[in-house]
Design a binder for this molecule. Structure first.
Ligand SMILES: *[C@@H]1O[C@H](CO)[C@@H](O)[C@H](O)[C@H]1NC(C)=O
Ligand SMILES: *[C@@H]1O[C@H](CO)[C@@H](O)[C@H](O)[C@H]1NC(C)=O
Ligand SMILES: [Zn+2]
Length: 992
């Protein structure tokens, strides 16, 4: 291979860039093709006396944590907590430079690059020659992409729609730039704080052959070590069967090197010294090394082990690592301990995986997930499920905006340039899925930077649509503020966009001032019914709110087309104040919609809920409470403090805010509302029932959380009813599969009652439910990720906000003590409560309503949009168009292509009708364009479905998948069958 390098040198010296490119393409590339991936793996021995030690130099470059993503890239802001000298010496731009040089001069060396956000930024700054060298290194398998998402996303607080988008972004770029050799074969989640089943299923369906990670419950790890279950086949979806089997390996030492064998400039270990006459430590070091690897090997089934040689932001001066690894390999190879002999070499996770496959071993299986993660008896990482609630809310908004804007750019036939403007938002959504972003475990200044990035990316994206009209999005509607509507003089055009692929009736709320009466009309001048409600005092006084609006106009807009608009005109007709709303002084309050009636008895602080369909009555309680955050200096496990990562209440009985001190009732034609005020003015609840919606909306506002009493507070809302759930409850996995949870129990290991509350908290991205044996259900849907559980039978609770006074000593170095406008941060959000007594109705409701909550409508003010392309009809209710975006694939960047993803939103056997396989015809889906061809790809859109062939590992408990294997079942060319929980991805070539 060396001669290829010489040849490049020889051929390209003195040539200009274009010439070099041509020479490279015709003379060099053909020589090196077919040397990457599994083909470039080193020889391993199958002799059981030989231990194959795979050394894996790897990147772990967080896209924001103690420093912002820019600071990390450039190496700026050298103050912070980390390692030596209290400084995080992190500059990713140096890493790739030095790694490439080190690889280039030694053909044996390998390196894996994980985070595509950083790689792409670096790549775009390189000259042609460097790019050619990198191409060469990739084609030869020396530089390998692993993971390959834009970031290494979190698995607890990230929603699947965003995970799919962020993985797709990274993987498509890699395929477009490097082709087949740029395709990561192995998923690599070495740092996220717990691992979800849905994430594994998504990875399998992206075509990954395996997954490695570092963090799992310490007791689970011990048990797995002792029972040789560190490596397994994860049956990650009952619905998708074999298609979602994923080989999963737990790394031995998280993702760091063996103690004493860290040779980065950021480490303090002695170099390996083997000079015969001068300083020499090689015998002693090799002794230690062999001890370590033989110990590790005891916990794994095959005669291969992997050593992760790297840590956060290592390889900025790559030669210090590589020089020592060269010496380690030189002395390690053939090193004998009794009968055993070592075989030590540079490797990659994919080569390690290949050697496991080749070993022919049969592996244990796993069907549950790895949540919550605990790192010691008092450190349950279930705090981050709720940390930074406003940040989590904003992230959800950005994800939704990305979905909507990519659709709009396509439907309104934006130019290539304008469509490409949305890349920035796509990249931002990728960054904020990172395991220190959506988790809320970064420093405050980094949070501020994420928010700034989201804001700028959204502004830039919306600017695409505002050339003809001066459109306005009113991104402060969450605090009932909107400049254009509250300052209205005469008329205001409003487009309401429905991001669901079925038609739908939507209740919208528009902030208005108090000096007018209003009418709302649709395109054909028909009046839309409206109702006026006061904005409660606690919202008017949210710090930073800057608005004249004292009222909200509620309107029920019927039958908005799928992925389409209804255009409205709001007119201020008179300068009279709006009709006064009804208020009564009573102790019995009523709310209702077409589904339930709620009677609230203030004296008992209890609701009586009647299901209008069945006439069944049940009790319903809503309690707002807080846990006292444990304080501590973390010097011992018992002195752990509750913090950004961990939830550790001081005592397991939350303190209730008691019954509301006052209740106001606002009945109406479209919506009924109760406004609850509590003795503590910093918690407030509005309860609403829209007549067209079969659910109860809880609008919560919490903050500023006072901490002057020296007590950190973790605020929850607990919903209770008379359901006997016997300790079982259900939470979603990244918003998709529903998993059963049993209080104080883990399916694969024993837990001790060290943290009776925190150990029963799970991530909730979409819903939490309890059921009784008859299938009667209480469910709560969330508008952002939160932690929740069923700590008492008959109830579910969700943590909505937390403010704490101590750091929990997992690296962030700050207490989670968010302030804004000089006071504690105020958060406002929504829960949708569902109460159904029949199992089928219950399932249909929680699946369908969860989609509605995620895909809330977008209101565009000052605009009347008429798309040039549209959906012909609603997609069946159990399907959803998850992605619809114009792409510019590497194979034809100027052409007209659409990335289309269709998902089935039900699981097998959940519902007699909705759970059935459903057909979608792509030919007749759109009006306004012609479909030239459709080709199916893997889930991330980076590989053609026909080219996917995944490793199939032997495993124990070979069970029959619930659902039949399906492979590209199609009828008639463009009709596709979508099975329960399946997501099918297509690249569609179209023309006009
Ligand atoms: C991936 O890249 C290869 C090589 O350029 C190309 O042939 C293939 O079509 C690409 N796949 C997709 C799905 O874009
Ligand atoms: C549980 O706690 C008991 C008593 O502290 C201890 O003996 C036991 O080893 C613990 N079990 C686990 C699985 O940690
Ligand atoms: Zn990390």
């Amino acid at each position: 291979m060396k001669n290829i390098r010489d040849k490049i040198q020889q051929l390209t010296t003195g040539k200009d860039d274009n010439m070099r490119k041509i020479i490279f393409a015709i003379s060099v590339l053909p020589l090196v093709l077919a040397g990457c991936g599994y083909e470039s793996c080193p020889q391993v021995s199958s002799d059981p006396n030989i231990l194959n030690v795979h050394l894996v130099p790897h990147s772990h470059d967080d896209v924001g944590w103690l420093k912002t993503v820019d600071q990390y890239y450039l190496g700026a802001n050298r103050d912070g907590w980390y390692g030596w000298e209290e400084v995080q010496r992190a500059g990713v731009q140096y890493t790739l430079d030095t790694v490439v040089t080190e690889l280039y001069y030694n053909l044996e060396r390998k390196y894996i690059q994980v985070e595509t956000a950083y790689f792409w930024r670096w790549w775009n700054q390189q000259d042609q020659e460097t790019k050619e060298i990198v191409h060469l290194l990739v084609q030869e398998g020396q530089l390998e992409f692993i993971g390959g998402g834009w970031s290494m996303n979190d698995e607890g607080a990230a929603h699947y729609a965003a995970i799919v988008d962020q993985m797709s972004l990274g993987l498509r770029i890699l395929n477009d730039t490097f082709g087949e050799c740029g395709r990561p074969r192995v998923a690599w989640q070495i740092d996220p704080f717990g691992h979800s089943k849905e994430q594994a299923s998504l990875f399998a369906n992206m075509g990954f052959d395996g997954l490695f990670f570092g963090r799992l419950d310490w007791r689970d790890k011990t048990r797995r070590e002792n029972e040789l279950e560190m490596e397994m086949v994860w049956k990650s979806s009952q619905d998708l069967g074999l298609n979602s089997d994923l080989f999963t390996g737990v790394l031995f030492n998280n993702y760091g090197p063996p103690d004493g064998f860290c040779w980065d400039l950021l480490c303090n270990d002695e170099p390996l010294m083997d000079h015969p006459l001068l300083e020499n430590n090689i015998d002693e070091r090799m002794e230690k090394f062999s001890e370590y690897v033989l110990k590790q090997a005891k916990y794994y089934k095959s005669n291969n082990i992997v050593l992760t040689m790297g840590m956060d932001f290592h390889y900025q001066a790559a030669h210090s690592w590589f020089m020592n690894l060269d010496v380690l390999i030189k002395h390690g190879n053939g090193f004998k301990v009794g009968e055993r002999e070592l075989n030590v070499f540079y490797s990659t996770p994919s080569c390690y995986l290949q050697s496991l496959l080749d070993s022919g071993i049969s592996w244990p299986t796993k069907t549950d997930d790895f949540f919550p993660y605990a790192s010691d008896p008092h450190a349950y990482w279930s705090g981050y499920f709720s940390s930074r609630p406003t940040s989590k809310g904003m992230i959800r908004d950005a994800e939704r905006a990305l979905k909507i804007l990519t659709q709009l750019a396509f439907f309104t036939k934006q130019s290539r340039e304008k469509t490409l403007t949305l890349e920035k938002l796509k990249q931002t959504v990728g960054v904020i899925q990172h395991h220190d972003a959506v988790t809320g475990t970064e420093k405050q200044h980094v949070t501020d930077d994420y928010h700034r990035r989201i804001h700028l990316a959204l502004e830039e994206s919306f600017s695409v649509f505002s050339l003809e009209q001066n459109i306005n999005i009113c991104n402060m509607l969450n605090i009932s503020q909107c400049l254009v509507s509250e300052n209205l003089e005469d008329n205001l055009a409003i487009s309401v966009y429905n991001p669901l692929s079925r038609d739908r009736t939507i209740n919208i709320r528009i902030p208005i001032a108090e000096d007018g009466t209003y009418t709302l009309q649709d395109e054909i001048a028909e009046l839309i019914p409206t109702q006026i409600l006061p904005i409660p005092e606690h919202v008017l006084s949210i710090p930073g709110r800057n608005s004249y609006a004292k009222f909200e106009l509620v309107a029920t807009v019927e039958n908005i087309p799928p992925l389409g608009f209804t255009n409205l005109i709001l007119t201020k007709t008179a300068r009279n104040p709006p009709k006064p709303v009804k208020k009564r002084k009573t102790t019995l309050f009523k709310l209702s919609n077409n589904k339930v009636q709620l009677v609230y008895k203030h004296k008992k602080n209890r609701f009586c809920l009647t299901d209008k369909m069945t006439g069944k009555e049940s009790n319903f309680d809503l309690d707002i409470m807080y846990y006292v955050g444990h304080r501590g200096n973390n010097s011992e496990f018992e002195f752990r403090a509750s913090g950004a990562y961990i939830f550790r209440p001081d005592g397991d009985n939350p303190i209730s805010f008691g019954p509301p001190v006052s209740v106001e009732e606002y009945p109406g034609e479209l919506v009924d509302e109760l406004h609850f005020k509590y003795e503590e003015e910093w918690v407030n609840i509005i309860i609403r029932t829209y007549k067209t919606e079969p659910l109860i909306e809880i609008d919560w506002t919490v903050g500023p959380i006072p901490v002057s009493d020296g007590i950190g507070k973790e605020v929850i809302i607990r919903y209770s009813t008379d359901i006997e759930n016997n300790g079982e409850f259900f939470t979603d996995s990244n918003g998709r599969q529903l998993l059963s949870r049993i209080r104080d129990y883990r399916p694969t290991f024993e837990i001790n009652m060290t943290e009776p509350t925190a150990q029963n908290y799970y991530p909730v991205n979409s819903k939490i439910l309890i059921r009784d044996e008859a299938g009667s259900e209480l469910g709560v849907l969330v508008d952002r990720s939160q932690g929740g559980g069923s700590i008492q039978d008959g109830s579910v609770e969700l943590m909505v906000h937390r403010r704490l006074l101590d750091d929990d000593a997992f690296g962030v170095g700050e207490a989670l003590n968010e302030t804004e406008f000089g006071v504690g941060l105020v958060a406002r959000g929504k829960h949708w409560v569902l109460r159904n007594s029949e199992p089928e109705v219950a399932t249909a409701e929680h699946r369908l309503r969860a989609m509605e909550l995620f895909y809330q409508p977008l209101l565009i003010f000052n605009s009347q949009i008429s798309p040039e392309i549209s959906l012909n009809t609603s997609v069946p209710e159990n399907l959803h168009i998850l992605s619809l975006e114009r792409i510019f694939p590497g194979f034809d960047p100027e052409g007209e292509y659409l990335l289309l993803r269709v998902e089935h939103i039900f699981q097998v056997d959940e519902h007699p009708i909705y759970s059935q396989s459903t057909t979608l015809n792509i030919r007749t889906l759109f009006s306004g364009l012609v479909i030239d061809w459709v080709e199916e790809t893997g889930l991330a859109g980076n590989i053609w479905k026909d080219d996917i062939s995944r490793f199939s590992f032997q495993h124990e408990n070979n069970y029959i998948p619930v659902y039949l294997e399906n492979t590209r079942r199609e009828k008639d060319g463009l009709e596709f069958v979508i099975d329960p929980m399946e997501i099918r991805t297509f690249i569609v070539k179209y023309s006009f």
